[in-house]
Design a protein around this ligand. Sequence first.
Ligand SMILES: [Zn+2]
Length: 408
Amino acid sequence: MRIARLLGFAVILSLVFDPAQGQATDSSQGNLHARSLLVDAHNDVLASALMRGRKLEDDLRGKAHTDLDRLQQGGVNVQVFSVWCGEKFTHEGGFREANRQIDVLEETIRRNSGRMALVTDASGLMRAVKQGKLAAVIGVEGGHMIEERLDYLDSLHARGARYLTLTWNNSISWASSAQDEVLRPRSLRTRGLSDFGKRVIARMNELGMLVDLSHTGDSTFWDAMAIAKRPVILSHSSAYALCAHYRNLKDEQIKAVARNGGVICVNFYSAYIDPSYNGKVKALLTRYPSEADSLRSTLSSDYAIGIRLLQMHPGEAEALRAPLSLLIDHIDYIARLAGVDHVGLGSDFDGVNSLPRGLDDVSDFPKITRALKERGYSDEEVKKILGENFLRVFRANTAGPLPAAGQP
Ligand SMILES: [Zn+2]
């Protein structure tokens, strides 16, 4: 199988990759971190801060989890910038909004061309990293942004987008989301992929655009896996067995991604890694009953009220952060179930309001390296998790045309 052959790539990579990136420290883990290719498969700073006029080259401490200096401090070599817009764009305007966001990312890269570069394939990625630049990848989060048009998909690919998350939380006419399949199943017009949805996957496989199955419902996931001709990605999802949230992957899904040669990039959000988090957020309503009552007129769910209460009480928010060990548990679980070749990192920085203790922003990635070493992972295994697995999947998708039908 073509996919099985690709698995050997990580071995070759580890022999040739020596970026001398990041800030070396005198500890061996620090050196390991600096020697490793670090890829974060999902960051929302573009939509949440840069679209509001913030500049990535500015010091955004206190305003965002991400800026260029802190990415460098964290040893991040490759950042996937998520192009995202919400459900108000479900039916129209999504394509224009996606293009506006890509415009802003392009301007950001132009202003900082000595420090970052847009990359669209694995060789360009490696070139940027060897030059000491941040390799920027565009990921489009939500199939609504192609507005049911394959020519729009082609256009986003031509502008450099290299993954499409089939759905965000909002289902679309051709694919159902995890949130809707679980919370609003009766609202669905299509469960799983429609015929058009299957054509989207086929076109993405032809173009060499990674199929991202984070946020998709189980039905969509299995429909996509049945026809995917290249390795898939889960850009920011964790393990359901450890935290039973609809955004996470069940064991059979994790094993299926391994058989496909894909990679699951673990999400850092406290609500997706700590099974007690949502209950603790809702418990705030009984601790602050009068504030909760006054919020009820504007917020519909107890969970939304709880999140608002967390913003009003920073001490509570700090106490509710998941321990970093839980994030490592998710990585460890997927590595044990599927193999260490199928797990990576998809932080969701600047897209979530609670991160594990110690992971305050993008400068804290070295703490993950340290924690993985403390769990007993070898240097080679840590390097796979930090970025080589993503690179393998990225290369398998972007390296060239699909083999002709009939070839192995
Ligand atoms: Zn997301």
